[in-house]
Write a protein that binds this ligand. Structure first.
Ligand SMILES: [Zn+2]
Length: 117
């Protein structure tokens, strides 16, 4: 079940910070095409940017592998470029398929409406 990898743009120099409430400096970011269906059921195409955060992304296997590489090598050079490219592709694939869990979101909204948050 291998899907073709779509292109993504990687930013290693001055990547954006992790979104709030974290706000820590990101290690790298990747920008990739993203599409979703709007309320009329039409396909909408856009771009999404994901930031690799040393705190928030810890515990997810593709991110952990990448974080481990950053912990060992502070520069991506010839010797580790191949490993880096493999790990970063795996990470982008994992964040690309990360979607909002609507059940969890609805439960959260109901708690918020009841004033229990
Ligand atoms: Zn974070």
């Amino acid at each position: 079940m291998t899907q073709p990898t779509e292109e993504f743009v990687l930013r290693l120099t001055a990547p954006p910070n992790c979104p709030p409430p974290c706000g820590r400096p990101g290690l790298l970011s990747a920008r990739f095409p993203n599409s979703w269906k709007n309320t009329r059921g039409e396909e909408v195409h856009g771009l999404r940017e994901a930031v690799l955060c040393p705190e928030c992304d810890r515990g997810e296997p593709p991110a952990d592998a990448l974080l481990a590489l950053f912990a060992v090598d502070d520069q991506i050079a010839g010797s580790n470029a191949e490993v880096f490219s493999r790990l970063v592709t795996a990470w982008v694939e994992s964040v690309r398929h990360r979607t909002v869990d609507l059940t969890l979101l609805n439960a959260e909204v109901q708690r918020w409406q009841k004033g229990s948050l």
